[in-house]
Design a protein around this ligand. Sequence first.
Ligand SMILES: Cc1ncc(COP(=O)(O)O)c(C=O)c1O
Length: 418
Amino acid sequence: LSGFERDPETQQARLGSVNLSALLAANPRRTPAYVYDLDGIEAGARALVESLRPRDLVAYALKANSAGSIVRRIARAGCGADVVSGGELELALGAGIPARKIVMSGVAKSDGEIDLALARGIRALQVESLEELARSIARASAAGKVARVSVRINPGVEVDTHAHIATGHAAAKFGVAAAEWPRVAALLASTQAAKLVGISAHVGSSLKTTEPYLASARVVCDVCKDWQKRGLAPEFLDFGGGFGIDYGAGNISAQPRDFARAALELLASQGLDALELVVEPGRSLVGPFGVLVAAVIQSKLTDSGRWLMLDAGMNDLIRPALYGARHRIEPLARLPDEPSWRVVGPICESTDDFGMHDLGPSAPDYVVIRDAGAYGFTLASEYNGRALPAEVFLSAGKVESISASPGVAAWVERRLRA
Ligand SMILES: Cc1ncc(COP(=O)(O)O)c(C=O)c1O
């Protein structure tokens, strides 16, 4: 259950105790490849489940990584899922997550997705607007069903994170705005076709401390107490995900279990601990347990410095281009060392740039991009006619399975047919 580490003698990179150089030697021409430590993922998920009460739910945000091998392990650890599309819902069910452990978020669920959620009997449709609530009621009435609804409120909380992953402030598109809360409550109190089962919020991703999480959760508790007075009886409160991970800057002071503990303490202090707690972590369950291994195509020396060109680019890992994220990049077979190199991918975009990294006096053959288990493969594309990366799943110190890249020929054929 070791995650990423280095052999103390040879300094070679290992993941889940598998030597990554040896892995590559056995699987030539397999880069770029995501490699995941399934045992680490399962152990982390189980630890979070065990830090909550038996009736609470860790609803894994499947968007972070939807590989079946990973979702099955997370299901085995006792987690449910937070899904944001009909496709993710079917994937969660197919990976063995029971419908009653699945919540469905999303600001623009199609009628078909609402119908699917109703048909599958999931724990809650998390409605994000008065209009969506009305539509869910209409779809449920037409199907002769009662929609189990959780209202995702917009708590109006500012978060110290990148603007593109802050979701809980008043100007965000997510959640029901405060001005609408009374109308939402009135509609829920007046219909037979929907039952309020939960109140939820998700304030943003990569939270460094529990404070913004708790600020949002307090608003959820206030709304809950107000709605209870209006005769509504939610079963659960869902404080969302967003637990940050340490990408190497050392600026994360709260671990997933700290968020869990703080959430339970808040429920108790608000007199709401009879309700179930739902949390929706994505990144923290998978991010640290995945790496992206890339081959060095070539280096280039210019007046502005040393460049290193990889076979992995923003099409494989878009977080640096999309959010200015920084991932540690290290040589596969030796420790990071000066001087610094500017590491870039092969894509014809200036933002295909992973930043400056200490890679040593000579160009390495392979590098490892760390903490790439979340929002890596799920955001990958075939831009520039590049194949999706391979994925390698490790368990018990060996390769459990490989999901091969579909290859460039498949891309050519499909685009020719388009
Ligand atoms: C509604 C919702 N819940 C949970 C998450 C998971 O966030 P994280 O991966 O930061 O834990 C997201 C991420 O965007 C989200 O939109």
